[in-house]
Design a binder for this molecule. Structure first.
Ligand code: XMP
Length: 317
């Protein structure tokens, strides 16, 4: 019978056997899959696992510091890399969603490749691939698609020539969470909403600037913190704020304002393929709207997305 503990025991033994004294490099994203894969590998080979966590400047507010901190507490051998500026430079002036994704994928590969080169004699690339990723590698917008389209253009970066080790590739998401729990991973990491690889770049419509990212981070933090405080976060499959680059008129005191709009999105879903918008309580929406408008400079209007998928996608880009 499958249990998380039996899975951990056999997998750790198999990884030890397979990897011996070899070194493994693995990119952490803050998400469930890469975290569980990393902790399993860490159990098997300890410091021979070298984790890399890239700050692409498109994460949620304070996420890089918080996630890095919790990984360090787990004892992982991890290197945090501040690559914000490289991503902003690559994104400057790009408005097309697919071009933005490709630029982000390309820079991520460059940054990761540089970091992987610093690990002497590394033999393996660790990945948090889970079973649905294996059977459904047709995901149109996933990061692997970005990586593939990049590769058609140039040669393979060196880390892609490494042998691949994927300890979770027989598991479904709920099994990954159970294994993570049995491994003692921070419930805040295990219970996280899905967050796209290109991050806030696909929640800011059109071109990206550090200023827009900062505004969206503030609004998104108010939104997510309120969902948590109201006990709603765990009932929602995915939630996030979107920055709309349109301006509308508002009033503040005697002044007329002309500022941007934040849209709130929250969905219920099983696998992200279809989704329904969540009927969040009006009182909660009112509180979030007031807090955003009163505290986030540059925003004078908040709207709520009442579209389901299909036909609307979960992300706006
Ligand atoms: P959509 O917007 O297609 O999203 O309804 C479905 C799920 O996929 C996530 N998503 C992405 N994840 N890279 C990712 O890693 C991407 O480019 C990407 N685009 C969408 C989205 O957040 C949702 O969970």
């Amino acid at each position: 019978d499958w249990t998380p503990d039996s899975f951990i025991e056999t997998t750790v033994a198999a990884l030890r056997e397979k990897l011996g004294d070899d070194k493994v490099v693995l990119g952490l994203s803050g998400g469930v899959d890469s975290s569980v894969a990393a902790v399993l590998l860490h159990h098997a080979i300890g410091k021979n696992l070298h984790c890399i966590f890239v700050d692409n400047g498109l994460l949620r507010k304070d996420e890089f510091e918080q996630v890095l901190d919790s990984y360090q507490h787990m004892g992982l051998n991890i290197k945090g890399i501040d690559a914000k500026q490289r991503f902003y430079d690559a994104l400057a002036g790009l408005t097309d969603p697919e071009k933005k994704r490709k630029a982000i994928g390309r820079v991520f590969i460059e940054v990761f490749d540089d970091a992987a080169h610093e690990v002497q004699d590394v033999k393996w690339l660790g990945q948090g691939t889970i079973y649905p990723d294996v059977i459904e590698s047709v995901s149109v917008k996933g990061p692997s698609a970005t990586i593939k389209s990049h590769h058609n253009v140039g040669g393979l970066p060196d880390f892609m020539k490494l042998k691949v080790v994927e300890p979770l590739n027989t598991l479904f998401k709920d099994e990954v969470r159970k294994v993570g729990k049995a491994l003692g991973i921070d419930p805040n990491i295990l219970g996280r909403h899905p967050f796209p690889g290109p991050g806030l770049a696909i929640r800011i419509l059109g071109d990206i600037t550090p200023e827009k990212v900062a505004i969206l981070q503030e609004a998104d933090a108010i939104y997510i913190n309120n969902l948590r405080a109201a006990g709603v976060y765990d009932k929602v499959w995915q939630a996030g704020a979107i920055f709309l680059p349109v301006q509308s008129v508002g009033v503040m005191g005697d002044e007329r304002t002309y500022e941007n709009v934040i849209c709130l999105r929250a969905v219920e879903s099983v696998d992200g393929m279809t989704a329904d918008w969540c009927h969040l309580p009006y009182d909660l929406l009112a509180k979030i709207s007031n807090e955003i408008i009163n505290n986030v400079k540059g925003i004078n209007r908040v709207v709520y997305d009442i579209s389901s998928k299909p036909p609307a996608t979960i992300e706006w880009e």
